[in-house]
Design a protein around this ligand. Sequence first.
Ligand SMILES: *[C@@H]1O[C@H](CO)[C@@H](O)[C@H](O)[C@H]1NC(C)=O
Ligand SMILES: *[C@@H]1O[C@H](CO)[C@@H](O)[C@H](O)[C@H]1NC(C)=O
Length: 346
Amino acid sequence: MKWLSLALVLPGLSEAALRFGCSTVSIQRLDPLVEPGRAPSSHLHQIVGGDAFNVTMTGDISEKATCTTCTFSEDFSNYWTAVMFFKHENGSYKRVPIMQNTALPAPINGGMTVYYTQQDFNSNGNQKITAFKPGFRMTVGSPTTDNLNAAKGHVGLRFVCLQNKGTRFPELPDFPKQPCRGGIMTVHHFPACWDGKNLDSPDHQSHMYATTKEAFQPAGPCPASHPVRMPQLAYETLWDTAQFANMWPKDGSNPFVLSYGDKNGYGTHADYVFGWKGDSLQKAMDSNCMFQACENGRPLKSQGVAAMNKCAARQQVHEDIDGWLTELPGMSSMPMKQKKEVKFQA
Ligand SMILES: *[C@@H]1O[C@H](CO)[C@@H](O)[C@H](O)[C@H]1NC(C)=O
Ligand SMILES: *[C@@H]1O[C@H](CO)[C@@H](O)[C@H](O)[C@H]1NC(C)=O
């Protein structure tokens, strides 16, 4: 509640924090950021946001989308992560359903919770937050990360073993080892320091710099190389792993795997393509609204859950993702040798 009193004593300074739900807009093998033009892409993603999500996305996508699965109806951005699967002892895979987060209006269909904050929730308003620009995109994390130390170094990319939907600690760098009564949450915090020049970079990361700390703690100052502070973007996705508890492997090992074959979770990663209409995100960052209080035109236009759930991106890759599968989607199509040579960047 500290932010409330700050909002009262520091009027006019930028103090906004957005937290909102977006339902699933698509679950398919496309990655317009890392593998543009390739359908299907190498692994399965869950995507939320505008319906302009496509094999290739260029320019101002807010001009191309007609609807969005997010609460704020001028946010046509796309947000995505890998998908979680359960691997049965018999070798078959089943996609883990996504649950809606707590503190959001029901019934949001799957999706994730998206945050755009200042350096944190409590010391807001001490500097200008510059909104992303049309064409801006970035990734965080990498599916090629294959060891615990490297995963620990990816501050802000974490797993939470949920007792219930409100559990937030402890944050783990890899998959929880035991069954989690309330499911598993994946958390992805993006870097917020921009080089001020590039909307993207060859690795989709070096135009940004992270001073993020764990769990929404105040981020450090931006360095001279990346001096422009942008909104601190974060995703939370809640996976309903609890429904597989009665099929936990007898040897006690973790049965969950990310859609690119990662059974440790070291390579957890996320993608973002900016698509807010006009100056709407900047207006929000310049205001002092907090969470739901930013809705209904104060200052952001918003929509109800039914409209969010109705929006969908066209399915361009037709394959079974919901049955009991013998392979993870896309993971059998390449011979092993070739698979090793493929370099993913996010
Ligand atoms: C997706 O891309 C294809 C080919 O690039 C294009 O024909 C189609 O209109 C696009 N769909 C949407 C919804 O933007
Ligand atoms: C593995 O177990 C699941 C759950 O009982 C079942 O539906 C699936 O067909 C099994 N797969 C194989 C290959 O036996």
